[in-house]
Design a protein around this ligand. Structure first.
Ligand code: GLP
Length: 262
């Protein structure tokens, strides 16, 4: 796994958007289809506007672009929160990315996919049927989670079993609920659902390429633990260490890590 320090947020989103543009364009010309895993969160806001600009300036036909989002909140009735819910990730993706992509590029909104809490396992089948993910974009929770794969005590699950976790409905940890209330709900805890449906560790780790972005100082804590080198269910993002084509891009103006190559 590669560590890529960059000087600031602008540099991070430029590199990430450029790589995503190149993967999409490369896969579309190679096989007529690009299968891209997308993430939400504050980190990604600049990535999506920059990527939309790049795509709009290209002459790509995006009708073969399939996107699989990492996760979505689940409401009390057990379904996905409605698209009007202020924290809906579907709403986030539509507003921050898909609405910014010029309709002339031909992206089909029905090709924007989210896991369904009524049948999460079907998501893994759909990803497999699409040929697997060519690329997965990831953020990192302050507790090291990726998507909503929350940490589990190492004594409670083996690393092997954790890496095999499928897409499923989960209960969010208190830290994630509080963090997401602060970062995305103006501090209103009542807005944050307590459950979510997440892409599993298995389909994420099967992606052919993974790029994790980190730019908040709180993320230095899980990143430093990953740098220490142990793959553990206590830090879900540490599983990227064993991936053949994963990189972590982090901003050195906000995150300080001692340099040690893996
Ligand atoms: C949520 C998402 C994660 C994301 C994390 C960090 O918990 N489920 O996939 O990585 O937020 O988001 P941010 O970019 O706002 O730090």
């Amino acid at each position: 796994m590669d560590w890529i320090p960059v000087k600031d947020y602008d540099e991070m989103i430029r590199q990430a958007a450029r790589r995503m543009h190149d993967v999409i364009s490369g896969e579309l010309s190679r096989k007529g289809q690009a299968v891209i895993g997308l993430a939400t969160g504050n980190t990604m806001l600049g990535v999506y506007s920059t990527l939309a600009d790049m795509l709009n300036k290209s002459d790509l036909d995006l009708s073969g672009l399939l996107t699989f989002n990492l996760d979505e909140y689940v409401d009390n009735s057990g379904g996905n929160v409605p698209a009007e819910h202020p924290l809906s990730y579907r709403k986030y993706m539509t507003e921050n990315f898909f609405a910014k992509v010029d309709p002339r590029r031909g992206f089909r909104l029905e090709n924007m996919r989210f896991p369904d809490p009524a049948n999460p396992a079907a998501y893994d089948t759909r990803i497999r049927d699409a040929g697997g993910l060519d690329f997965q974009l990831l953020g990192i929770g302050f507790n090291g989670h990726i998507a909503f794969n929350e940490p589990i005590q190492a004594g409670d699950i083996s690393a092997e079993d954790y890496a095999a976790l499928p897409s499923r409905v989960i209960h969010l940890t208190d830290l994630t609920i509080r963090t997401n209330a602060d970062l995305t709900a103006g501090g209103d805890l009542t807005l944050v659902p307590h459950r979510a449906v997440t892409m599993g560790m298995k389909p994420i780790l099967q992606a052919r390429e993974i790029m994790l972005l980190a730019c908040f100082k709180e993320q230095a804590v899980p990143l430093a633990k990953i740098k220490a080198g142990a793959i553990t269910p206590e830090i879900p993002a540490s599983f990227l260490l064993a991936h053949p084509r994963a990189r972590i891009i982090y901003t050195t103006d906000t995150i300080t890590l001692t340099e040690k190559k893996h």
